[in-house]
Design a protein around this ligand. Structure first.
Ligand code: ATP
Ligand code: MG
Length: 175
């Protein structure tokens, strides 16, 4: 049976946990079919190795940290903005090149919320991408215009989180 490959724009947003985890689930599934995958992390810096980055290498794709940590706390806003714009330029190239079947833009929404990256340009780039390319965008507070442009939008709702009980982030679950 042949299936038509129709690239989807997928947005995982909301305040609950699971946005990045679900994006990584797509990557896992896609790699299982031999699809090429790349993930760009807009907030995370390379400072700390994460389980997902090591596992991605083992699965044959790159998860590239392009941010400078918790960016909105950064004192050097100019650097933060230029890093976000550089990351977006890289993302745009990967989306339009058709070299990847799946492009994950982890925590892109923060760059959109703060206006570092132009939402209209992101939407125009998504519209111009090759037909089969899936793009997964994660992060809280996805702009309405992006939600309108997406094919699949999921809002994670926090019902209960261990953080509320004073339990810190756990290796293997949170990083
Ligand atoms: P994950 O990467 O675990 O799938 P996420 O992408 O949905 O989570 P982010 O907003 O990127 O969530 O947050 C990253 C970190 O914040 C994670 O370690 C996660 O456990 C934690 N977190 C997510 N949701 C909540 C919440 N509702 N309350 C407190 N901490 C949270
Ligand atoms: Mg996340």
């Amino acid at each position: 049976m042949t299936r038509e490959r129709r690239g989807l724009v997928i947005v995982n947003t909301g305040d609950g946990k699971g946005k990045t985890t679900a994006a990584l689930g797509v990557a896992l599934r896609a790699r299982g079919h031999g699809y090429s995958v790349i993930g760009l992390q807009f907030i995370k810096s390379a400072a700390r190795e994460t389980g997902e980055r090591a596992a991605a290498r083992a699965l044959g794709f790159d998860l590239i940290p392009l941010g400078d940590g918790f960016t909105w706390l950064s004192k050097d806003t100019e650097r933060t903005v230029s890093l976000a714009l550089e990351a977006w330029d890289i993302a745009k190239g990967h989306i339009l090149s058709g070299a990847f079947d799946v492009v994950i833009l982890d925590e892109l929404t923060y760059a959109l919320q703060y206006g570092w990256v132009d939402t209209a340009e992101v939407i125009a780039t998504l519209a111009a991408r090759p037909a089969g390319v899936h793009v997964v965008i994660t992060g809280r507070g996805a702009p309405e215009a992006l939600i309108a442009a997406a094919d699949l939008v999921t809002e994670m709702r926090a019902v209960k989180h261990p953080y509320q009980a004073g339990i810190p982030a756990q290796e293997g679950v949170d990083f």
